[in-house]
Design a protein around this ligand. Structure first.
Ligand code: B12
Ligand code: SF4
Length: 486
């Protein structure tokens, strides 16, 4: 019997209510072994309620188990699955993903993990499979941390993949695309795509500086168009959410993609997760118009703060007035413009936080398509701001499972610089920003929830704009409801 590789996508916690995106990380690492003829199975904890039953069955003819990790609750679910594998088989357990890559030494120490892939896994996983099959040593495979006879070994860093065009097509046939929904673009069958990796900028809170070493690498416009055509024509996808960290980093490539969509009359709607104020500012009006003509409905931009001091502190390399100017331009183009803001960075004052709220309110007034969203700062290991957080008293989690607590919802509880009042204010801005604007409606699937959101909107707006953080009863109600739905 041919033995297969089993990959498991862990749950992500409360995020799983808002929508479930395809397991792109696992589809990416599955591509090489799949095209080399190995059997690969993907189990998704988020869509398979009986994942343990499915996994137990799969382990009977499995040669290796792999899973992925982001800092936060996903770690807990990935650990649960890894423990299950170890209790029910003797196959090696491999971890990859952003968290395992940022903290490989800590991750490999965990009892239920045998191999950690630091960085990109597209080629590494297949190399591991082949080495194990041929009973070869793992020492020759770059980017690994592994245990051998109780000793932890590392093989040195793997260089970043420079030519993304050489990557094999993702084996979408391994998942049921019908199970995935909830993207930030439109209705109908939708998918996420990543056509570039990394970002050349240096934001002090972002994983990119460590993980991608500030290097942006993009598929060619031609390969990107091929990929788009594949999902639109072969999989009948109606909307695409490009979740590149910085889709427009190379404006020439961006222009070629937009013009290609128009020239080849590829009909679909799309949105961009990663866009910056200064890169968008460098885009001509003509290209903006064509971008919209080519189906772009939604653009997400990280503004981060209404205080220039904070923007400097986080090395955003953009200032408040640039954001205001860009916003006026964007108001003429996109159906939705999502701005994200970050709160609770070490040394942020109450006044600076309120400046951010004021900026978000102004941007919404000057552009009716704006949806501002507020997030509480999460200290991700390896970043520059993380070191500052440690200086400010952030107690670094020691064990892998403790990292699952460093969630955007709870991380601030570990920050001594956040007092009770500030925590209440931030929780209020985080929650009310989600409901204060009518532009959030596209995110709500059920009509019943839409009606509730409409009734609540004026209260949310008042709470947001006037910093009314006392008695947050509605938050508790939503929490109870979401727990009931999970
Ligand atoms: C889609 C996505 C999600 C999805 C789920 C993704 C998933 N993998 O489970 C959802 C929407 C649920 C999500 C939620 C969140 N996300 Co998110 N997300 C992304 C996003 C946009 C794309 C990830 C992706 O699919 N990439 C494509 C694949 C190909 O790349 P990759 O995941 O890095 O995988 C490669 C390697 O890591 C490795 N690898 C990965 N897994 C495995 C497994 C094995 C076995 C092997 C061998 C190798 C391997 O090989 C892959 C190919 O090279 C990234 C940003 C980005 N542009 O990458 C952020 C990102 C991963 N998310 C991030 C964050 C912060 C969050 C949130 C906390 C956001 C928030 N503000 O609350 C939440 C909560 C998550 C949690 N803590 O549990 C951070 C992670 C930081 C960190 N330290 O972990 C990122 C990097 C964004 C950022 N710029 O900060 N996210
Ligand atoms: S612009 Fe975005 S992706 Fe690039 S470093 Fe800053 S936060 Fe990260």
């Amino acid at each position: 019997m041919e033995r297969k590789v089993v990959l498991l996508q862990p749950r992500t916690g409360e995020w799983d209510i808002a929508g479930i995106r395809p397991p792109d990380s696992l589809l990416a690492v599955a591509a090489e072994p799949y095209h080399a003829g190995y059997g690969v199975q993907i189990i998704d904890q988020r869509t398979d309620r009986h994942w343990q039953r499915t996994l137990r069955r799969s382990l009977k003819d499995a040669s290796l188990f792999g899973t992925t990790s982001m800092t936060g609750p996903q770690i807990r679910y990935a650990l649960e699955a890894s423990k299950f594998v170890k209790e029910n088989s003797d196959i090696p357990v491999v971890w990859g993903g952003v968290h395992a890559s940022l903290l490989p030494e800590k991750t490999i120490q965990k009892k239920h993990i045998d191999i950690v892939v630091k960085g990109e896994g597209d080629y590494a996983l297949c190399e591991i499979i082949k080495a194990l099959e041929n009973k070869e040593e793992l020492d020759g495979i770059k980017g690994l941390y592994f245990k051998k006879d109780g000793v932890i070994k590392r093989t040195g860093d793997r260089p970043l993949i420079s030519d993304l065009d050489n990557l094999k097509d993702m084996p979408y046939g391994l998942v049921d695309l019908e199970n995935y929904y909830g993207f930030d673009v439109g209705m109908g069958r939708s998918i996420t795509l990543m056509t570039s990796r990394g970002c050349p900028f240096r934001c002090a809170f972002c994983y990119n500086t460590v993980y991608n070493k500030n290097r942006w690498r993009g598929m060619s416009a031609e390969r990107t168009l091929e990929l788009i055509k594949r999902v639109v024509f072969d999989f009948k996808v109606k909307s695409i959410y490009f979740q590149d960290d910085n889709f427009c980093a190379n404006v020439k490539r961006f222009e070629k993609i937009v013009n290609g969509i128009l020239k080849e009359k590829i009909e679909f709607v799309w949105g961009l997760l990663g866009a910056r104020v200064n890169t968008l500012s460098a885009i001509s009006d003509k290209l903006m118009v064509n971008t919209v003509k080519a189906g772009c409905k939604n653009i997400d931009v990280g503004i981060e703060s209404g205080s220039n001091r904070m923007l400097e502190l986080v090395s955003k390399d953009v200032n408040v007035s640039e954001a205001i100017t860009l916003n006026k331009r964007l108001s003429k183009y996109f159906e939705k413009t999502k701005y994200t803001f970050i709160m609770g960075v070490p040394s942020e004052t109450e006044e600076e936080l309120l400046q951010t709220v004021k900026l978000a309110t102004r941007l919404s007034e000057e552009n009716s398509h704006v949806l501002p969203l507020f997030f509480i700062y999460c200290a991700y290991p390896g970043t520059k701001l993380y070191n500052m957080a440690v200086e400010y008293g952030f107690k670094t989690p020691i064990k892998l499972e403790e990292w699952s607590e460093i969630n955007y919802e709870t991380a601030y509880l570990h920050y001594p610089w956040i007092d009770n009042k500030r925590a209440k204010m931030m929780r209020n801005f985080e929650f009310s920003s989600m409901f204060a604007s009518k532009n959030n409606e596209y995110k709500i699937r059920s009509n019943w929830h839409k009606v509730m959101a409409r009734i609540y909107r004026p209260f949310a707006k008042a709470r947001f704009e006037h910093n009314i953080y006392q008695f947050p009863v509605e938050r508790s109600m939503v929490r109870i409801l979401s727990r009931a739905l999970m």
